[in-house]
Write a protein that binds this ligand. Structure first.
Ligand code: GRF
Length: 189
C-alpha cells in the first residue's frame, strides 16, 4: 500500500506514524498547505518526499486540489491520512479517493468538531473526552467513525496537561488503526 499524509502543523502524528516501520515504508508523500510548517522538515529528515503548496496562489480549491491529485496519481498513492491538515477536502480529492481518506480529531466526535477541539472540550467542562478516527467526507470532522478512545478528564488538570494526554492517545491510536485498516484491506482481497 502507498500512503500520503496531509498535514499543516507540527507533525507529531506524522512522527508517530514514522515510528511504525510498516507504515513508514508505505508513506511516499507529505502534502502540506503551510510553507514553513514544522512537519515539512520532519518529512525531509525522514527522506519522505514533500509537496508544499499555498492554496491562495490557486484560482480555486479545484485548481489547488488538481495539482495534489496529479502528484498522488504519479506516485500511485492509494490512501490519504490527514494529520492536522487544517482544510476541508474538496470534491476533486473526495471523488478520486472515496472511502480512502481518513482523519484524526482530538475529541469524541460528533462533539467539538473544528478548531481547538481540546480547548473547546476543556472549557465546556466535560468529564470525559478523547480521540476519534473517521473517514472523511465533505463536512468538517464528519464522516463515518472508524475508532474512538475515551479519556477521563482529571480533576484540576490544566488544558495543557489534558492536551498532552490526548496527544499520547493519538500517537498510539492512529498507527494502530492504520495497520488494522490495511489488514482488513488485505483480507478483503
Ligand atoms: C492533532 O491533534 C490532530 O488530531 C488534529 O490536529 C492535531 C495535529 O497535531 N487534527 P500534529 O501536527 O500531528 O502534532
Amino acid at each position: 500500500q502507498r500512503f500520503s499524509v496531509f498535514a499543516s502543523g507540527t507533525g507529531s502524528n506524522f512522527d508517530a506514524m514514522m515510528q511504525d516501520k510498516k507504515i513508514a515504508s508505505s508513506i511516499v508523500l507529505l502534502v502540506c498547505d503551510k510553507p514553513g510548517a514544522a512537519v515539512i522538515k520532519k518529512a525531509q529528515g525522514y527522506g519522505v518526499e514533500t509537496l508544499v503548496l499555498e492554496p491562495k496562489r490557486y484560482a480555486s480549491k479545484q485548481e489547488y486540489e488538481k495539482v495534489i491529485a496529479e502528484k498522488l496519481q504519479d506516485l500511485e498513492v492509494e490512501w490519504i491520512f490527514l494529520a492536522g491538515y487544517m482544510r476541508l477536502i474538496g470534491e476533486t480529492l473526495l471523488s478520486q479517493y472515496e472511502g480512502r481518506i481518513v482523519n484524526i480529531h482530538p475529541s469524541l466526535l460528533p462533539d467539538f468538531p473544528g478548531k481547538d477541539a481540546i480547548g473547546q472540550a476543556y472549557r465546556a467542562g466535560v468529564s470525559k473526552t478523547g480521540v476519534t478516527i473517521h473517514y472523511v467526507d465533505e463536512g468538517m470532522d464528519t464522516g463515518p467513525i472508524i475508532a474512538q478512545e475515551e479519556i477521563e478528564r482529571l480533576p484540576e488538570e490544566t488544558e495543557e496537561q489534558l492536551k498532552t494526554r490526548i496527544q499520547a492517545v493519538e500517537h498510539r491510536l492512529y498507527p494502530n488503526v492504520i495497520n488494522q485498516l490495511m489488514q482488513n484491506v488485505t483480507e478483503e482481497l
